[in-house]
Write a protein that binds this ligand. Structure first.
Ligand code: SF4
Length: 216
């Protein structure tokens, strides 16, 4: 994996799929909630949960913080693992309020903010980096299962590397380009869902010439 190969893949994906314009949300706070709700589920289920919260006038940190657990879990039922996620949303919103909300959090360095996010119940590296990149516009490259699968099939990595190793390797090669990180991650998700699936659709893929695992 080097900068040239990363950029070649990026250009092929963006030419094929077009710009994805992530994250799909109306507000910064919805990006944060969505990053937690999307754990282990697809986006349509997240949208249903966000809509229920909106209809209940509970798309705010103070409402979620105060809402009884059982009521919150019921509102986000569509997102799956709703009891676990209700606990996670409440922990996130409590931290968010205690930390002074967006205005105060924006002033933190990326490293400090990342450390704080990783200290919240239910926020792992991928969720923290989704929030950092798409809510706070910080230069972090999100690593997820789609990224691991594609990069290992391309022959760039084994796919077993620790999260931080992959994240820092990508960032080192691509520089601190927030717009590129934003678009690249969205394209990797699209490609992983549409083409480089568990059973890959290589005959429809724009990366076959670059890919060690291409089945033609
Ligand atoms: S050629 Fe096949 S394995 Fe390689 S990236 Fe494309 S779909 Fe995935």
């Amino acid at each position: 994996m080097n900068k040239q190969s990363l950029m070649r893949v990026y250009h092929k994906l963006v030419t094929h799929y077009g710009h994805q314009d992530w994250w799909p949300a109306d507000t910064v706070f919805e990006v944060m909630l969505g990053a937690i709700l999307t754990q282990n589920t697809n986006w349509s289920n997240v949208e249903k949960a966000l809509n229920r919260l909106r209809q209940a006038h509970c798309l705010s940190a103070s409402c979620i913080d105060k809402k009884p657990h059982a009521q919150l879990a019921e509102l986000i039922r569509s997102s799956g693992y709703f009891n676990i996620k209700a606990k996670r949303l409440k922990a996130y919103c409590h931290w968010y309020l205690q930390s002074g909300e967006l205005a105060a959090l924006k002033k933190l360095t990326t490293q400090d903010l990342r450390q704080q996010l990783l200290g919240i119940h239910g926020v792992g590296p991928e969720t923290a980096d989704d929030i950092l990149l798409y809510a706070f516009h910080r230069p972090v490259f999100v690593i997820d299962a789609y990224t691991r699968r594609l990069f290992s099939r391309l022959g760039w990595v084994s796919g077993e590397e620790p999260y931080e190793v992959l994240r820092l390797e990508c960032q080192k090669r691509l520089g601190n380009d927030i717009a590129l990180f934003n678009e690249y991650h969205a394209l990797l998700v699209m490609h992983g869902k549409e083409t480089c699936r568990p059973k890959p659709r290589c005959s429809q893929c724009v990366l076959t010439r670059l890919c060690d695992a291409a089945e033609l």
